[in-house]
Ligand binder design. Sequence first.
Ligand SMILES: [Zn+2]
Length: 413
Amino acid sequence: MGILKGILAIIFFASVVWSRQLTFHDFKVFSVKVENEEQLRILKTLENDDDGFSYWKDPILGRDADIVVSPNKLNDFNDLVSALKLNSTMKIANIQKLIDAESPLRQSREAFGWENYHTLDEINAWLDGLLISYPDILSVHHVGYSYQNREIRAIKLSHKNNSAAILIEANIHAREWISSATATWLLNELLTSTDPEVVDIATNINWYFIPVLNPDGFVYTKTTNRLWRKSRYPHQHLCYGVDLNRNFDFMWMHVGASSNPCSDTFAGPTPFSDPETKALSEFMTAHIDEIKVFITFHSYGQFILTPFAYTYEPADNYEQLKQVGNAGADAIRQRYGTNYVVGSSAEVLYMNSGSSRDWIKGIHNINISFTIELRDQGSYGFILPPEQIIPNCLEIFDGLKAIVSECKIIGYL
Ligand SMILES: [Zn+2]
């Protein structure tokens, strides 16, 4: 007993010393209604206070912002709430508690599945196994290397050479773990389901999955900072990384992106400054004749976002984009009643520029380019509990099947 306790103590001590994980004890998330210009102006200034406040959902007039408040700034925040008469509700009382519950100590030999989130190595090992199990229909495409030299892979599922393709990109934002969990679940379902509708779309459509576009950031969320969003390119001392979804060369730095390397929405010093975005753009360009539908998974918020985010001007086929998006949202809602809002990012969420979704629509004018912001609406935010992975995947697959069939009706697939 004594020896066991000693060993456990050593393991605990070692993991604390070696992992150097940032912790978020008593960090809270508040939802704040932005009701007037004065509130908006002051709330926006909090963005520059790196170690005290950060936004999970930016302040926009007439909408709710989600703000993370560190324990040492809680009194300041409460004073601000009174002074500005802010309507504020606490959504998360202790971020660290969610992080601890999300990643319980696991058996190292546990099989790959969707009851838990996985590391990059586990995802890659699982993909390697699939490539061996399905050599005739699965292949791996080298998209490129990350800044820290990790391979970015696309897995292609193809039964026939000349079928139209759907490209699914995930984890461009490092902390949005549910995005790669969803991408891998979908790939598995397309490979293993015997449902005739699934067999049909698995057989007659070519599927490209890029489960982790930002491997450096993703690994960093596992080892060091669960809430990291960007890449890890050191563009400036002490402020690492680029918001890869602001770094694409279409309306770059037009709106909703930052030129400050310390900001979470830093667009990079130049468009395609980071190898991950450059590699994805080249990969998409090389396969552009095949790709009819592009979907990028993010979290959180429950939105199906159409282009564009840089302007309120509707895309040329906005009616069709809405029609397809609505079919997806209706199907999602039918399973558990989960509500997804459909519309252009500028219209229903916020304005930004330089995203992969806007780039492929703006430069290559493919018909369907969606961002799907997965669960939830902020009760857990980026730390979506593992028990929700499978329900989320099931409803999203319902939505995806509806998106595919609506695209067929319109003639997009
Ligand atoms: Zn995102």
